[in-house]
Design a protein around this ligand. Structure first.
Ligand code: FE
Ligand code: FE
Ligand code: ZN
Length: 277
């Protein structure tokens, strides 16, 4: 079963997202837990959540992939930003328990001149202070393009974070195809090799979700600019091969391509047509 969807606006609640997903032919989706550029989260509406759960069951949705705000930087040099980041994640994870057993994805952060090792230490510290044994949500580290001082540009950097976290069973990885490509992993000509590397360094059992994007930039460019499926340097063929890999079957696939809703419908249909069970 291909679980596929895109980012939806959370401003009108879960039921609105569920209905929109249905209209798009999606059976999973992503949403920002709070304003992606700001900080505040919305009030929790329990009847909305109850209604959404029924819809989600009826439509057999796969796991949702919530996204932390971009303002979150767990390894900022500024203590205030680190504290905000920590509190926001703790609060997000508490809220996520209203829709239990889903995923919460975040960008590990940018170390800005502090060095990778300091950055990794701060990220692990944040995870160690927010993760709880009781939570049903799995927190996903996103593979990053390595723009600026972004951490998570290599599988080794993600591994180093995981190694320092106590509750490893609450951690997974979200594989962003544009980021991995921009990070220098050739998923077009050597997908076997890339997945082998992922398995050796991180372990395929940690691979929980996919951000499916084409890339405007070249392999190893460390730029991070998403393109529509088939309109970038990864190309439709490689993307179709990617979603059909047995290692990825059943994972929620989220499109983050520059599209309006009509564009997403087209991409979802295209990927479904080119997916074999
Ligand atoms: Fe992201
Ligand atoms: Fe992404
Ligand atoms: Zn990106």
């Amino acid at each position: 079963m291909l679980y596929i969807g895109c980012h939806l606006s959370a401003s009108k609640g879960y039921m609105a997202m569920g209905k929109q997903a249905e209209e798009l032919g999606a059976n999973t989706f992503a949403f920002f837990t709070r304003n992606p550029r700001g900080g505040s989260a919305k009030e929790i509406n329990f009847s909305d959540i109850a209604e959404f759960k029924k819809l989600s069951e009826k439509l057999a949705f796969g796991k949702l992939v919530a996204h932390a705000p971009y303002t979150m930087n767990p390894c900022s040099a500024n203590e205030k930003i680190r504290n905000f980041s920590c509190q926001a994640m703790a609060d997000d994870l508490k809220r996520m328990e209203n829709i239990p057993h889903n995923y919460y994805n975040f960008h590990p952060g940018s170390h800005v001149n502090q060095g990778v090792d300091v950055g990794i230490e701060f990220i692990a510290q944040q995870l160690n202070s927010v993760l709880t044994t009781e939570q049903s949500t799995i927190v996903l580290l996103e593979t990053m393009a390595g723009k600026g001082s972004e951490i998570g540009r290599s599988f080794e950097e993600l591994r180093a974070i995981i190694d320092r976290v106590e509750l490893k069973e609450k951690l997974g990885v979200c594989f962003d195809t544009c980021h991995v490509w921009d990070g220098g992993y050739d998923i077009v000509n050597d997908l076997d090799g890339v997945l082998e590397k992922f398995d050796k360094i991180i372990g395929l059992d940690r691979l929980k979700a996919v951000h499916l994007n084409d890339s405007m930039n070249k392999l190893g460019s460390h730029k991070d600019r998403h393109a529509k499926i088939g309109e970038g340097n990864i190309g439709a063929d490689a993307i179709v091969k990617f979603i059909n890999r047995p290692e990825l079957k059943g994972l929620p696939v989220i499109l983050e391509t520059p599209n309006d809703m009509e564009g997403y419908i087209k991409e979802i249909n295209f990927l479904r047509e080119n997916y074999s069970e």
